[in-house]
Design a protein around this ligand. Structure first.
Ligand code: GCU
Length: 426
């Protein structure tokens, strides 16, 4: 019998996107045994072995995608594609002291009286044609990511945040550049990468409300919220990344670029799911993604299914709620989500003080995904022991746990760029 040992309750507070929240109770299940009961990646549901990339791709991959769609994140409803148009609304070749191109696109979705505008901000180094591009959502608007007065201020609903001067859910000029410490755009450009970012709330505002964002575009008559196994916000954000990719692939200067998806925290969860769904993404980096991202549900360390469903009821499908406090009933776990990215390079990054995201659970998930990479003769993680702090591992699965807390730091970006350069041509 597995016994849960309740080790400690933290009573301090933590910053979530700059907003002060009461620190939820951090539970530590001190037994490692739970992960020994992980559902097997290399066995089909009727028991046959998965022993080649061919069997993985034809049978196991679809089986797992079906499970993740139906049991966890929810599926995008069937139907005709939503009519959309893309337009360059601003551009300059004088960004970053004349070193970069800046292009701002408006991606518009239209259906009946509904209109949803998504702003894409793209910077490209001037001396590289079709450079590899980091693509990631931001939390508070494109204008917060850089000190650049030409970046348009988002008009969508944003989470209030006193540090960023966001009140009444409207972004404003005062938050310009305030998140630039997380986005070393200048350095990224210097290293020969492009970077594209979008405010995630442009696709779906991050609140428990399904009357806004992209969801209503898919409703059948009379419907006003997603059905039992239909999409929550994480799938909506993932879907949005694919639509943004469509745009960038349709733009001459990035048509043949390679795309590295990047996401932090809830957006780290989003990117792992997005690139599992859409294999056009060449690489994925999930930073501090935790529960519903890289971390194994069955460890129940830090955030659990019940805790995440209660605090963020709109993130997953309604069908996921039946696993509240019933992790053992899940027919999958998150090593399978990571494996759905195989054989593409995937990087999982943790922070040692980010107990809420369960760093060791993130590592073990990547470790247990490795057999699928081995089917392709790629190297995943070979040591089950949790690595030392600040000792990155850069196989086709990459991993680091850095010192410090839940955040995106210069150290993280340094590793991401080294990893991208080393593995984009794998
Ligand atoms: C909360 C949430 C996490 C999430 C994080 C974030 O802490 O519980 O699951 O990753 O917010 O997105 O900042």
């Amino acid at each position: 019998m597995i016994r849960l040992i309740w080790l400690f309750i933290l009573t301090n507070s933590f910053l979530l996107g700059g907003v002060l929240y009461a620190q939820p109770t951090v539970r530590v299940n001190n037994e490692k045994t739970t992960v020994e009961s992980l559902p097997d990646l290399l066995t089909l549901k009727h028991g046959e072995p998965v022993n080649s990339p061919e069997v993985w791709e034809r049978l196991k991959r679809p089986e797992l995608l079906h499970l993740f769609k139906n049991e966890v994140y929810g599926m995008v409803p069937d139907g005709d594609p939503i009519p959309s148009s893309i337009e360059v609304i601003e551009e300059s070749d004088a960004a970053f002291n004349n070193k970069a191109h800046r292009i701002q696109f408006a991606l518009d979705f239209k259906k009946g009286h509904r209109n949803l505008r998504v702003h894409i901000l793209l910077y490209l180094p001037k001396d590289v044609f079709n450079p590899p591009v980091f693509l990631g959502y931001n939390f508070y608007g494109n204008h917060t990511v850089v000190h650049d007065d030409n970046v348009l201020v988002s008009d969508s609903w944003v989470r209030n945040n006193e540090t960023l001067d966001v009140y009444n859910h409207k972004a404003n000029q005062k938050s310009r550049g305030k998140r630039s410490y997380r986005w070393p755009v200048d350095k990224i450009l210097q290293e020969g990468f492009g970077i594209a970012t979008v405010y995630y709330g442009d696709i779906d505002p991050d609140r428990n409300d399904f009357t806004d964002g992209i969801h209503p575009f898919f409703y059948k008559e009379g419907q006003d919220e997603p059905g039992l196994n239909e999409w929550g916000s994480l799938t909506a954000w993932a879907w949005g990344l694919s639509r943004i990719l469509d745009c960038l692939k349709g733009y001459e200067a990035t048509a043949d670029s390679k795309y590295i998806l990047f996401g932090h925290s809830r957006l780290g969860k989003t990117v792992l799911w997005a690139s599992a769904l859409d294999q056009r993404f060449d690489m994925v980096i999930a930073n501090n993604s935790g529960c519903g991202g890289a971390a194994l549900f069955r460890r129940k360390n830090g955030e659990t299914i019940q805790l995440i469903n209660n605090r963020f009821p709109h993130w997953f499908s309604k069908s996921f709620k039946k696993y509240n406090d019933k992790e053992a009933m899940l027919p999958l776990d998150q090593h399978m989500l990571i494996a759905l990215n195989a054989p593409r390079p995937v990087y999982i990054a943790s922070a040692i003080k980010d107990k809420w995201a369960d760093p060791e659970g993130e590592y073990l998930s990547a470790y247990y995904a490795s057999p699928v990479y081995e089917l392709y003769n790629k190297r995943g993680l070979s040591d089950r022991n949790f690595p030392d702090v600040n000792k990155p591992i850069h196989q086709t699965i990459g991993y680091h746990v850095r010192s410090g807390k839940h955040d995106v730091t210069a150290y993280d970006w340094k590793q991401f760029m080294i990893f991208a350069k080393g593995h984009l041509n794998d």
